[in-house]
Design a protein around this ligand. Structure first.
Ligand code: AMP
Ligand code: MG
Length: 369
C-alpha cells in the first residue's frame, strides 16, 4: 500500500507518438487521397519504436513509422499501413487522414505534476504498471504485516506422506497462511509441531522475532495435551471461552514482544475464528480499506437451529441475485467439505435459536473484500 501520494514527474505519453503501424505525414500533403487517385509520397525515413534520433519530416514526404515510435517534427497525422500499398521507398496513400489522426499526444494520459496515485492505494497490477511507466523503480509503501502460522498436534502428518491409523493430514497451516495472504498480509507457514511444549516453545522462540503477528492453531481447548495453552498461559497469553459456535476456545496476548492469536484446531473453527477476530484486525492494522467483509441481509431457504446464548456462524451459499442464503452442512466444526463449498457465513445472533425458512438473516460475503 502506498505510504504517500505519488506525483508524475513526467508526462505520459512522454512524447507525441504513433498509435498505429503506418506512415507519418503532413495531413495537408495527403488531403486529396482516395482509392481511385492515391497520393504517392517518397518514404524518407523508417522509424521503428525506440529510434531516438528524431529526423524531422520534410513537406511532401512520408516516414514509415511503427506503433509507439516518436512522431517526427513536422508530421501531424499517421496513415495506417492498411490504407496504403505498404511501400518502403514510396508509398501510395488511399485515404486522406484527419489532422492528428492516430497520434497519441504527449501528456494525454497523465501530465507532469499530476497526482498519479494516492496514499493508501493498494498496489495491484495496473498501479505497479503506472509507477513503472512513470519511471519509478521504487515506491514508498506501508509494508504488509508479517505473520507466522504454526499448527500444533501430534496427530498431524504432512500431505504427501503415508498416514498411520490415528493420524491426519495437516490442513490448517496452508488454510490460515492463505487466508492471511488473501487479507493482504504476508504469511510464513511454519512446519507444524507436535504436542510437546518444548518443541512448540523452541519453534516460537526461533521464529517470533521475524513476525509482526503469530497465529497458532490447535491445543487451546479443555482436554489434556493442550500444548499451546499449557506452554503460553505463563507467557502473557490469555485463554478464554467466546460465546460463539464454532470457535469457542480462543487465546490472545503478546509472546516475547510479538502479538499472538491462538486459534482452535478444528479447521472450521480456525477459519471462522480467523474471519471474526484476525482478518478485520489485520486489515485495519495495515490501513487497508474495507476492514470487514460486506455484510448483507438475505432470506433463509431453510430453517436453522442455533444454541441459546451463542452467536453461531453457519456456512452458507448466498444467491446474490435472488437475495437468498442456503445454510449448508452441519454446525460441527470439522466439516471441511462444506466449508469449501460455502461462499458466505450466516451470522445467527445469540438470542436466535430457531430460524425459519423465509426469515431474514445477516450474511458475511466471503467472496468480496
Ligand atoms: P485441538 O484444538 O488441538 O484439540 O484440535 C481439534 C481438532 O482439530 C482435532 O480433531 C484435531 O485433529 C484437528 N486439528 C488440529 N489441528 C489441525 C490441523 N493443523 N490440521 C487439521 N486438523 C487439525
Ligand atoms: Mg491438538
Amino acid at each position: 500500500m502506498l505510504a504517500r501520494d505519488v506525483v508524475a514527474t513526467r508526462a505520459l505519453p512522454g512524447f507525441d507518438n504513433s498509435a498505429m503501424d503506418g506512415y507519418a505525414v503532413r495531413a495537408a500533403d495527403t488531403e486529396t487521397a482516395n482509392t481511385e487517385t492515391p497520393v504517392v509520397l517518397p518514404v524518407a525515413e523508417d522509424i521503428p519504436a525506440g529510434r531516438t534520433d528524431g529526423p524531422p519530416l520534410e513537406a511532401g514526404t512520408a516516414h514509415r513509422i511503427m506503433t509507439g515510435a516518436a512522431l517526427p517534427n513536422g508530421a501531424d497525422a499517421v496513415v495506417p499501413v492498411e490504407l496504403t500499398d505498404g511501400g518502403t521507398t514510396s508509398v501510395a496513400i488511399h485515404q486522406a487522414p484527419r489532422l492528428g489522426q492516430h497520434v497519441r499526444r504527449a501528456g494525454e494520459d497523465i501530465s507532469a505534476g499530476a497526482v498519479a496515485l494516492r496514499r493508501g492505494q493498494v498496489l495491484g497490477a495496473p498501479h505497479l504498471a503506472l509507477l513503472s511507466a512513470l519511471g519509478y523503480a521504487t515506491a514508498p509503501v506501508i509494508p504488509p504485516i508479517r505473520t507466522i502460522v504454526l499448527s500444533t498436534g501430534s496427530e498431524l502428518v504432512a500431505p504427501g506422506q503415508p498416514l498411520r491409523r490415528g493420524e491426519i493430514y495437516e490442513s490448517n497451516g496452508i488454510m490460515l497462511a492463505t487466508a492471511v495472504r488473501e487479507a493482504g498480509g504476508e504469511a510464513a507457514q511454519l512446519r507444524f509441531v507436535s504436542d510437546d511444549p518444548g518443541e512448540f516453545l523452541h519453534t516460537l522462540r526461533n521464529r517470533a522475532p521475524e513476525a509482526d503477528l503469530i497465529i497458532t492453531s490447535g491445543g487451546v481447548s479443555a482436554g489434556a495435551y493442550e500444548v499451546v495453552k499449557d506452554s503460553l498461559a505463563q507467557h502473557g497469553v490469555e485463554f478464554l471461552k467466546v460465546a460463539m459456535q464454532p470457535g469457542m476456545p480462543q487465546g490472545c496476548g503478546v509472546f516475547e514482544n510479538t502479538p499472538i492469536v491462538t486459534l482452535p484446531g478444528n479447521p472450521v473453527s480456525a477459519l471462522v475464528s480467523f474471519e471474526v477476530f484476525i482478518r478485520p484486525a489485520l486489515r485495519r492494522a495495515m490501513g487497508l480499506p474495507s476492514v470487514s467483509r460486506p455484510v448483507i441481509k438475505a432470506e433463509l431457504t431453510e430453517p436453522v437451529r442455533s444454541p441459546a446464548g451463542k452467536r453461531q456462524f453457519r456456512r452458507g451459499v448466498l444467491d446474490r441475485g435472488r437475495g437468498t442464503v442456503k445454510p449448508i452442512g452441519p454446525p460441527a466444526s470439522h466439516h471441511l467439505r462444506w466449508l469449501a463449498s460455502a461462499n458466505c457465513l450466516v451470522d445467527v445472533p445469540e438470542g436466535s435459536t430457531d430460524l425459519n425458512a423465509g426469515d431474514a438473516v445477516t450474511v458475511w460475503d466471503l467472496e468480496s473484500d
